[in-house]
Design a protein around this ligand. Structure first.
Ligand code: 3Y8
Ligand code: NAP
Length: 243
């Protein structure tokens, strides 16, 4: 009896969940519980941390998981490392459903930085109108550059205001569209965007809007993740499960 555990939270994870439901393959999608109302899914959902790699290994055993798919975001490096360790410890087949990093195209004005700290340093200089399209978890680091007027896009309204003296909030979740993001950047007269190289289609609209409006992008490169089998399409993962 198959039971697929999908570590979710991305557009691709939701597409995989739909394919598993259509194929009537027993599956569970797992959320960390980061946002108030995660997207509903056509398969069973579990929410919250497992308790490290050991907790995940215990969950795999307790629920007789036959296939583990890591379809988390490329910046979710901890859960991805835990998945590798737990799959190894329990002998559960593992595959990652990933998406290629975005590449700068003609007309793009990207400045690549390795991490959040380097993105903060890249904002040295006179006040600008800067969109931080990196969510909520790493906003505090930008208090080191209080001179800018920040546009912050968050999934949920924060309980306490972010520690940035000049900021405006946009409460919205993706997938986003180029038309809407172009309007947003125009409305806020955005001069620069800070983004993570998430890849995929759900977050790339702001980059297309930035290119059209000639807005510069500080692009944060992905963290390193230990090697594991990878697929870049839902169909490939479905084939892997069928084998
Ligand atoms: C809880 C579950 C789907 C999945 C949709 C994708 C696309 C839209 C774009 C911007 C960038 C950002 C952020 C983003 C995108 C998709 C995808 C993606 C970026 C939800 C979701 C969960 C989260 C967690 C949330 C983080 C935050 C990051 C917002 C669901 C909506 C900035 C990543 O407040 C918080 O604590 C939010 C935390 C991790 C990064 C951060 O550090 O703040 N995602 N996002 C997941 C869980 O609990 O396990 O409701 O769908 C999912 C999606 N967000 O099925 O349609 O596939 O990437 N998510 C980034 O790219 O930098 C927004 O604003 O332009
Ligand atoms: P992370 O830093 O790699 O994980 C931190 C801890 O959160 C993990 O050790 C684990 O706790 C728990 N966790 C993470 N993902 C989980 C999942 N899918 N199911 C159960 N527990 C999970 O992860 P993150 O960057 O906070 O991302 C959290 C979730 O948001 C992921 O599902 C990811 O796909 C989604 N997401 C993240 C981003 C992003 O920018 N990071 C963007 C879009 C979506 P325990 O150690 O207790 O098991």
């Amino acid at each position: 009896m198959r039971h697929v555990l999908v570590l979710g939270g991305t557009t691709e994870a939701s597409a995989l969940a739909r394919a598993l439901a259509e194929a009537e393959i027993p599956a569970t999608l797992s959320y960390a519980g980061r946002v108030e109302r995660p997207r509903a899914q056509p398969v069973a959902v579990r929410t919250g941390g497992f308790g490290g790699a050991e907790g995940l290994a215990a969950w795999l055993r307790a629920h007789a998981v036959t296939h583990l798919v890591d379809a988390t975001h490329p910046f979710a490096a901890t859960i991805s490392a835990n998945a590798i360790a737990a799959a190894e410890a329990t002998g559960t087949p593992l595959i990652a459903l990933t998406r290629p990093p975005w590449q700068a195209g003609r007309g793009d004005r990207w400045q690549h930085v390795p991490d959040i700290a380097a993105a903060v340093a890249a904002l040295d200089g006179p006040p600008q109108r800067v969109m931080l399209a990196i969510g909520r978890q790493h906003l505090a680091a930008f208090a080191a550059q209080p001179q800018h007027h920040y546009l912050l896009r968050l999934v949920d309204r924060p309980h306490e205001p972010p520690p940035l003296p000049h900021h405006e909030l946009v409460i919205d979740r993706g997938p986003f569209t180029e038309a809407a993001d172009t309007m947003l950047l125009r409305l806020h007269k955005t001069e620069r965007i800070v983004a993570r190289n998430a890849g995929g289609s759900g977050a790339r609209a702001k980059l297309d809007a930035a290119r059209a409006l000639r807005v510069g992008v500080v692009m944060i490169d992905r963290p390193a993740i230990p090697p594991r089998p990878e697929a870049q399409a839902v169909a490939s993962v479905m084939d892997w499960i069928a084998r």
